[in-house]
Each structure stands twice: as structure tokens, then as C-alpha cells.
Design a binder for this molecule. Structure first.
Ligand code: AMP
Ligand code: MG
Length: 327
């Protein structure tokens, strides 16, 4: 199979929608990361998603729809708090865990009676889902051993020859995955931090609790390079420099990920700057981890951030990619 990268013209989106209807797999841009889509009502198509990604079968998939009314087609018993969040944050980087409707097969939910639903905030994604006339599963379009893709070229790097089409919509706006909230509990529970911060959610529905995402058979998600991540505190740069110098003296090739304004603290050391803000850091993190592999660095030291706003979702991703190696 040859994987074609397509511009998101109406004709091409139509072509991709036809493939989805026929049980095919198509990658497309969303505002969080690139998604690997398949018809969420077609168990056989969904199985192929697991195969292509090398995804553990016990890790359920998020389902995307293109309009708010369609949430009622894939889920039932929708709580009031969910309605409020839908109104406020959808389309957007928020996923809600709800009771599943009968049209959603076990392959999507890993056999549970819940379904995770979102509406992507990306014009191409919305058109594609609308034209397909179906709910679409939207896991990230990478293989499970790689960081999430935020460019069409990342999708090609991982899935070339395994899927037919990638719609190229440029860089994903946010760059990390959606926030997952379960409103069936009282208080509601944040299962994974992401593009919408818990402060934003609490401002609308009041206090939430936090639960850790379950760990799955393969944790996935890691670059080839070893990632170390620094806690955020006064003197962080000195600590990072000391570790960098020690590792390089042992013959390791190391690169530091830092905010633009902190670059001056690292002198002549190898640096990738991540931008000015935490949002920029989120936007660039996965692409820079892929770049570290491409540039043959064997160690990445990432600056820590404060646990506020999207910073806490960023910390969650840094913990994942570093396997918890905090310096
Ligand atoms: P990913 O595709 O890597 O963004 O992961 C999707 C996340 O959504 C996983 O962490 C799952 O735990 C969560 N998820 C999706 N569907 C369900 C579901 N039906 N029940 C519980 N968690 C879900
Ligand atoms: Mg993923």
C-alpha cells in the first residue's frame, strides 16, 4: 500500500470520507495531535487501528463526532455537568467519558460500557467526520512506541505503507492530547490532563477530583533518546547544566529543551528552544522529541514547568516520556 499525503481540499476530504465509510483508515489533523480515523461503528475497521498502531487491546479509543447533537447518538444518560461542558468547550480539546450507546462496539471501548467522546476543533476534521456520516475513532496517528504526531510528516514517518491517506493540515495547534473528564462521578473526575486546563473546567462545573489514567500493557509514547526532566525550582538551570556536563563527559550526546527566555542560562550547550510560553512548549514538545531522535541525541533534558494552566498537562507528558526520571 502507498500512503498518499493529500491537501485538505473538499475533493480530497470527500475521498477520505469514502474510505472511512468503506472501513478504511485515514489520518487527519486535529487541534490536539494528528488522528488515525476509522468508522467507530465498524468493529473490523477499529481492529485495524489497533494493529497498525501496535496498540494494547485493553486501551480504549476516543470517538469523535462533528456536532453536539451527535453526542446523543454515541452516548446515553448524559449528565447535566456534561451538557454544561459540551456547551462551553466543544468543539475543543476536551473528551467526556459517558455511558455508551448500542451502536458503539466492544472494540472501541475495550469491552467497557463507557465511551469517550469529543468534537475536534479543526475544520478539516469536522468536514471529514460530517461527510463520513459516522462517528470516527481518533487515537493519535503514530505507532504506540513513538511520541504523538503533530505534523503530517510525523504520520508518514510512522505509518507509511500502512494506511492509504493522510490529510495534511499543517501543525496541530495545541500539540498535546485532549483532557478527559468523567462527569458520571460526583464530583466529576479528570482522568487525563490535556489541552483544556482543570482550572478552566472547575470555573464552569466546580471542584473536580483527579484520578490517574490506568497504565496499559505497553506504555508506549517514548522517543528513542533517554529523557530526563527537571522539576521547576530556583536554580533549575544550574542543576540541568551539572547533569548535562556530567553526561557529556561520559561521552553522551545531550540536548536541553528550554523556554526561549531561559536559553542564556545554558551557554554553549546543545539547546532546542520550545518557545515563549507553556502553550508553545506543549505545541512543540512532541516534534522536538522526534527531532532529538533524528539528530541522534541519546539524551534529552527537559526543563520543568509550574503546575498551572496547561503546565500541569505538560508535566504529565514529561513524566510519561521520561518514564518518571526526574532530576
Ligand atoms: P489516546 O488514544 O492515547 O489519546 O488514549 C485515549 C485515552 O482515553 C486512554 O487513556 C483511555 O484510558 C481513555 N479512554 C478512551 N475511551 C475510554 C473508555 N471507554 N473508558 C475509559 N477510558 C477511556
Ligand atoms: Mg496516543
Amino acid at each position: 500500500m502507498i500512503t498518499e499525503k493529500l491537501k485538505p481540499t473538499n475533493v480530497n476530504i470527500m475521498r477520505c470520507a469514502s474510505r472511512l465509510k468503506a472501513g478504511g483508515l485515514v489520518a487527519f489533523p486535529t487541534e490536539t495531535v494528528y488522528a488515525l480515523g476509522a468508522d467507530a461503528t465498524n468493529g473490523k475497521a477499529v481492529k485495524k487501528v489497533y494493529e497498525v498502531k501496535g496498540r494494547p487491546l485493553d486501551k480504549p479509543l476516543i470517538v469523535a463526532v462533528s456536532k453536539k447533537q451527535d453526542i446523543d447518538k454515541v452516548a446515553k444518560n448524559i449528565p447535566q455537568a456534561a451538557r454544561v461542558l459540551i456547551d462551553k468547550f466543544m468543539p475543543g480539546a476536551l473528551t467526556l467519558l459517558l455511558d455508551r450507546a448500542d451502536c458503539i462496539p466492544d472494540e472501541v471501548t475495550a469491552g467497557t460500557n463507557t465511551v469517550a467522546v469529543r468534537i475536534p476543533d479543526n475544520e478539516t476534521a469536522l468536514k471529514l467526520i460530517e461527510l463520513s456520516g459516522r462517528p470516527i475513532v481518533v487515537p493519535s496517528a503514530n505507532t504506540s512506541d513513538k511520541p504523538s504526531p503533530t505534523l503530517a510528516s510525523h504520520v508518514i514517518d510512522d505509518l507509511d505503507g500502512k494506511i492509504e491517506f493522510v490529510l495534511d493540515g499543517g501543525a496541530s495547534k495545541i500539540g498535546i492530547e485532549s483532557t478527559i473528564v468523567d462527569t458520571r462521578t460526583d464530583p466529576p473526575t479528570v482522568l487525563r490532563g490535556g489541552g483544556v486546563s482543570s482550572d478552566e473546567i472547575e470555573a464552569v462545573i466546580g471542584k473536580v477530583e483527579f484520578k490517574r489514567e490506568p497504565t496499559y500493557a505497553t506504555s508506549g509514547y517514548v522517543p528513542r533518546a533517554e529523557v530526563l526532566f527537571s522539576a521547576m525550582y530556583d536554580g533549575m538551570a544550574d542543576n540541568i547544566n551539572a547533569r548535562y556536563d556530567k553526561l557529556t563527559s561520559q561521552g553522551r550526546s545531550v540536548v536541553i529543551l528550554c523556554l526561549d527566555d531561559n536559553a542564556e542560562h545554558y551557554g554553549q550547550r546543545n539547546l532546542y528552544t520550545v518557545g515563549k510560553t507553556y502553550s508553545d512548549y506543549a505545541h512543540n514538545i512532541f516534534a522536538l522529541l522526534r527531532k532529538a531522535d533524528a539528530d541522534n541525541f541519546d539524551t534529552v533534558i527537559a526543563e520543568g514547568v509550574e503546575s498551572k494552566g496547561i503546565g500541569s498537562s505538560l508535566i504529565n507528558r514529561l513524566i510519561k516520556v521520561s518514564g518518571g526520571q526526574i532530576i
